[in-house]
Design a protein around this ligand. Structure first.
Ligand SMILES: C[S@@+](CC[C@H](N)C(=O)[O-])C[C@H]1O[C@@H](n2cnc3c(N)ncnc32)[C@H](O)[C@@H]1O
Length: 262
């Protein structure tokens, strides 16, 4: 029988993350700082204008109706993971980093089905878990733990409600938890991991999370698989010699640690 790895993190996950509430002003300041050095004042203001225009368009009834196109999963499973009813604060925050959008169930399952692993040995971590659709989908696989980290408390609360409703409908607790905080400060559990990203971060944020993951891997060598949907910053993962690409399409990339890597 396979031996379960010891859980080294002793603090509750919630206490590891900053309790500071994310505000639009701090998201704006980060966005401004992360603009490339060669983007002068006018270019930045132009980009800001583009964000303001896009935000106004995004608030129109037609756009909202369009966003309901992602609600099939919710009808099937009686949960609330659609992007259609997300409030103005979460939508505006999304324009400065990454907008909330739930993963399509078929693509999620396609990505997961590429993993040839003993799921019971692994913990699933969703960086930027939103309303928790990927956490619910991950529970279709026998992971030992499922963890979501979401920046926005209003989305995290809905994810927690979804986990409760989903568990109740199934008649058993799924091993999932969703915590709120900035994932750039998340301390990865020292367990074999499947780390899932659906384009959740700015480039600087993604670099930071990858640096944290690499430091965690160096401290505790173990198998880690990265599932990266909409892999905009894939080059950052590919540049690390500790990971090799297992497979991918134009929609996603899957990486895994090389054997005996730390
Ligand atoms: C494209 S959505 C993905 C949602 C979910 N993972 C899924 O697959 O259904 C990206 C999410 O990342 C969150 N996010 C953005 N920056 C973040 C950060 N620094 N820390 C944690 N979450 C963040 C956004 O609020 C948004 O909910």
């Amino acid at each position: 029988m396979p031996v379960r790895p010891t859980i080294i993190n002793v603090f509750p996950l919630e206490t590891q993350l900053s309790a500071r509430k994310p505000s639009v002003s701090s998201a704006f300041v980060n966005w401004w700082r992360e603009q490339p050095d060669n983007a002068g004042l006018w270019l930045r203001l132009e980009r800001l204008g583009g964000i303001a225009r896009e935000f106004v368009h995004d608030s129109l009834p037609d756009r909202r109706r369009e966003r309901f196109g992602d609600a099939d999963y919710d009808w099937d499973y009686r949960v609330d993971t659609t992007s259609a009813n997300v409030g103005w604060h979460a939508r505006l925050m999304g324009f400065f980093s990454s907008s909330y959008q739930p993963i399509e169930a078929e693509i999620f399952r396609e990505m997961m089905n590429t993993l040839a692993i003993d799921f019971g040995q692994f913990t699933f971590v969703d960086i930027g878990s939103g309303k928790g659709r990927a956490l619910l989908l991950a529970s279709e696989y026998p992971f030992r733990r499922i963890i979501g980290v979401e920046l926005l408390p209003e989305l995290n609360r809905i994810a927690q409600e979804n986990i409760r409703a989903f568990s109740k409908a199934r008649g058993h607790e799924i091993p999932a938890e969703s915590i709120s905080g900035d994932a750039t400060g998340f301390d990865f559990p020292a367990e074999p991991l499947v780390v899932y990203f659906f384009h959740p971060l700015t480039e600087a944020g993604f670099r930071q999370v990858m640096a944290n993951l690499k430091a965690s891997l160096a401290a505790q060598p173990r198998p880690i698989h990265i599932i990266y949907a909409n892999p905009i910053f894939e080059l950052i993962v590919a540049a690390d010699k500790r990971f090799r690409k297992a497979c991918g399409t134009h929609q996603y990339a899957i990486y895994e640690t090389l054997p005996n890597v730390g």
